[in-house]
Design a protein. Sequence first.
Length: 84
Amino acid sequence: MRIRGKYRQVIIDGTQLYSTRGELDGNSLYRIHQKGTKDEYQESYYYVLEAKLVLHPKIIVSFQTEFVENEDRKEMENQDCETM
């Protein structure tokens, strides 16, 4: 990215914000752990993909955030941004 004649680094970061056992809402992502055992449980979570502008090694600003939604209501088998 170029701002005021200087080039700036833009990074893309996928981050899990919150997780819990059980259901969150209709669009949350989920995984089923320990399938086929008596200890099987569902973990639901919110995940976002963010674009961040690096102004300085200690100053990073998020300027675009997009929630990853599970429109198909399928279990997520991949991690990070492989689901997109």
